[in-house]
Design a protein around this ligand. Sequence first.
Ligand SMILES: Cc1cc2nc3c(=O)[nH]c(=O)nc-3n(C[C@H](O)[C@H](O)[C@H](O)COP(=O)(O)OP(=O)(O)OC[C@H]3O[C@@H](n4cnc5c(N)ncnc54)[C@H](O)[C@@H]3O)c2cc1C
Length: 436
Amino acid sequence: MKQLRSEGDSFSFEPYWWETDQKIVLEKYALPETLDVLVVGAGYTGLAAGIIANGLGAKTLIVDAEDIGNGASTRNGGMFGAHPRVGWEQLSLNFGKETADQIFKEAFDSLTFVRDLISSEQINCDLIESGRLQLAWSQNDHEKQKKLVSVIEEKSNINVKIIPRNELVNEIKTERYYGGILFEDHCGINPFKFHNGLINALRRKEVPIVENMPVFSIERKGDRFKIHCGTKVIYARNVVMATNGYTKHSFKWFKKRVFPVPSFLIATEDLPSELIQELSPRGRMMVETRLKYSYFRTSPNGKKIIFGGRAAMKPIPLILAAQRLKIVMHDIWPELKKYRLSHVWTGFTGYSFNHIPHVGQYNGIHYAMGYSGSGTVLAAYLGAKAAYQALNDPRGKTGYSNTSFKTSPFHIFERPHFLSVADFWYRNISDRWQNR
Ligand SMILES: Cc1cc2nc3c(=O)[nH]c(=O)nc-3n(C[C@H](O)[C@H](O)[C@H](O)COP(=O)(O)OP(=O)(O)OC[C@H]3O[C@@H](n4cnc5c(N)ncnc54)[C@H](O)[C@@H]3O)c2cc1C
């Protein structure tokens, strides 16, 4: 395990989750020459797509460019729920009322789908019925939350509850917030165990998953695709791209539409159980309304605080990320100042320009991506939708196919250089304004 040292901390810079379960050693497979479905990328999107394609009788192969589990799916915060990142009004303005309604409805449908998948595949991923608390950073944010609750109650089956400021004391020990919304159906999971569980489900079904097998090109040849994969060429009737924040430059059309934004997480050393109980009495998943929001939770074993945020909008050294996140965490919970960190890590989320994921096809290549930081539920759900669509199954219908997946005039270079401007803006203007 790689170690870093800083200000008395000596911590690993691999995800804490990776210590909580065995890394799976995949069987060796000879690559088949022809397939019904090739899935590119073995995170939640690709693995769920593989399960569905195989269930529909398609000869399926899943490949990943890296060691299995190197993407965001084993690195995330494990906050499990699919509330749309964009409000109903904005969705309706951009894509019409029907699509806005459908996306709000799918917040519940997707949660149910993925929970059913977890139970039908008997995945033990430390799922806890914690609820998720969205914490208002200002009074104004809390007023907006009250309006959001009435929209959610009208448009979705998700159970939500306003938590006024004077009741926050039952949820979190801090004076920082002005109230909150509780998403009662949202949960917490161990993301690494969820990923391992999906892999094991596919292994039981004997669906091959091959790691360190990058796809370099996909070319249409009549009714099939010719795919350069590692050093091999394979032919597939359908391809599902499931590469999200790790999409490579060779896939320019996708790369122009989904860009990588890093997110950073720290874990504290094991804390006294009374302290954890005092800081977070109900063990909720928590997220803020601040533009550059923090998200935090207790670890499933109840011993650590896991605290995440956008320490930067671009990759930075992990020691710096840890220092920045610690400052924010200590501002909320000064009690943690005397405890050390055990881990800091990062991963790439895949952002779309309108912050809404998209499921569709480009030149016949199916895809699901653009979860914009919220993919523990949506990636698995929309990966399944992409597989259904690829195989012409009516269950592929989703409001996320009616959203747009556009590039931006600011995205003119190969890399998303506009993130440096965003980083400057967040750190020097928006953060100072919101934290004043
Ligand atoms: C630090 C962090 C914290 C997060 N916290 C949360 C959270 O608490 N709640 C939440 O809902 N979401 C969270 N997310 C987002 C969530 O993890 C992602 O949306 C989700 O995991 C995306 O899954 P995916 O399968 O689409 O992509 P990934 O899991 O990133 O997998 C993509 C895979 O594609 C592979 N690939 C890329 N190009 C190729 C190629 N050419 N050939 C073959 N393979 C290729 C990559 O190697 C990678 O393994 C977080 C993300 C990060 C990074």
